[in-house]
Write a protein that binds this ligand. Sequence first.
Ligand code: ACO
Length: 433
Amino acid sequence: MALEVLEKAQTARLELNGKPATLPLVVGSEGEVAIDIEKLRSSTGAITLDPGFGNTGSCRSAITFIDGGNAILRYRGYPIEELAEKSSFLEVAWLLLHGELPTMEQLETFRREVTRHTMLHENFGRFFEALPKDAHPMPVCAAAIGALATFYQEPETDQRIHDTFIRLIAKMPTIAAMSYKHSIGQPAMFPSNQLDYSSNFLRMMFATPCEDYRIDPVIARVIDLLFILHADHEQNCSTSTVRVVGSSKANLFASISAGISALWGPLHGGANQQVIEMLEQIEAVEGNADEFIRRAKDKNDTARLMGFGHRVYKSYDPRAAILKEACGDVIRKTGVSSHLLEIAMRLEEIALHDEYFISRKLYPNVDFYSGVIYKALGIPVNMFTVMFAIGRLPGWIAHWLELRSDKEFRIARPRQVYVGAKRRSYVPIQQRA
Ligand code: ACO
């Protein structure tokens, strides 16, 4: 089999068992080249095999651009560094959803809409009561977002879809904070319409009915920054999940609920919780950093340097660079011990000079420093991935909307290479050995 890419002619020629097939090329706006294999099976009888989809483009998307070799991340063309410095989470959410930065009026309308939908139906109180006390907030959030669909069952019109994404962005922090309050046995706090998105979340997390919570604008800004940095990351595991579920025409609540479940895994958003657990393990035993690196490199050991490595970034994750700087600011501001940050920086230093990590192009990813910040801000460890989910929500919604308006829309249904038993006859149970 020989595959030749003829860029000039915008085609690739594939030869399979002596039979040629010509496949069109698709070139993205940043020059990425893809071979369009839509007609591959019908013209050659063969399919492609790509475990983990490392070489497979599942769609055309105009939302986020990543150049993993050059540490570039842009939402709708805007560099993450500029958005992190100059924008707010709600503005970034609008940008992802609509493709352009909002005018002052559009942003104000959006902010007002989101603010007015933050409350949950009273029945949600009983939903939370039914769950065990120590329920992890990620499955609680996935279940609660799925359950929202039972409260809003009107037919799916454009207006209804708009209302749904407003409700999701508005209610997600309320659900997240309620899941935390439930886990520590405190009464839930109602949202406050006077506050901005991140301040409102902090208040719902940390205020109690008997004692108000003084919101530090610097801390609220760091939370907003974290949400911005997590807001989208093109076709990652959870976003692809949202798209796959949405491709069956499942509603937005169901699709987002599935995305939250996918994000929970330790190889994806769950890594931020694992990073802090790893740092605490290392902290517990002096000199453990070198030992941990040794274990992470050992193929017979299951330990991995959590928060390191990325399918797409083969250089420093630009989000990690921003967070590393924010980490120092937060620690100076909160005055909490910087020991975990010191361990993280020591691990990074060792790894960045170690042949194993250098040759595999393994660098810190967004999760490496986010956990240290959450910890310094007093966010409980099992809420770390929930923080990621709140941030990722506009990205998931933007992809769901893009999928639904895609003229190439089809239900996602990959193929497989079957490697199981060949045809055989049923053996009655009495005759089986
Ligand atoms: N520690 C030690 N070795 C690693 C690590 C790590 N964190 N990550 C990758 N490697 C090694 C692999 O063992 C493999 O080595 P080999 O070539 O000798 O077999 C090589 O580097 C390539 O790794 P893969 O697992 O094939 O890379 P893949 O792209 O499939 O996985 C992933 C990427 C899942 C992120 C991986 O790097 C990892 O497990 N990292 C730790 C978990 C983590 O931080 N996840 C968060 C990702 S960011 C996010 O989701 C927001």
